[in-house]
Design a protein. Sequence first.
Length: 221
Amino acid sequence: MASYLRSWLPTLSLQQSNPTVTEEEESPTTPTNAIVIQGADDDSPPAFPAIDSAQRISSKPTSSSTLMPPPPLPTPRIPGPPAPSSTSSLMPPPTTTKPPTQSSKSKRREKVVLAPGHSPLDWAALKNSGADLRGGMTSLARIPPSVLRMHNKRDDAWSAFNGKVYNITPYLAFHPGGEKELMRVAGRDGTKLFALTHAWVNVEFMLDACLVGFLVPEPSS
């Protein structure tokens, strides 16, 4: 009967053979000398530099007596030329507060009203028309100053520019400065006066159709 009951009640035999385990035996005790890590799950970066590092100690504010004084305030600038200094030998810079004075020697160029049909475009059209602007010269010649001086009339005017001699007779009425100004170089070399008056003008392109020869020295006797 006892063996029959043991076959039906196996758990009873197990409980009798194994004593009950207490909670104190199931949980292991923590050693007294174990190191407990505080904040093991803290992902924030450490302070840099460290709290007690030499960098933090040296960067602490010092007393106000050791600080550099602030820079002086700039003085307000008065418009106009600066006052000359007694210790400086430099000249003050030029100023534009005064209007420029016009020299009495400078000569004002008078404006000339050209006749209708004598504009720069009309002159360009005349050059391209194929008209004879060389005064009958069929070939380029070697022209000495003595021959150039012979062509100084209103109806026969030659002038030299940059070593080339041009027949300026047909261009007199087209000159923006007037015929009188252009006749100043008739019969002579007008390179210097041309450069002083309007050096930016391309005279070789403007008078290319009037070229008659080249200025050469006087032949030796």
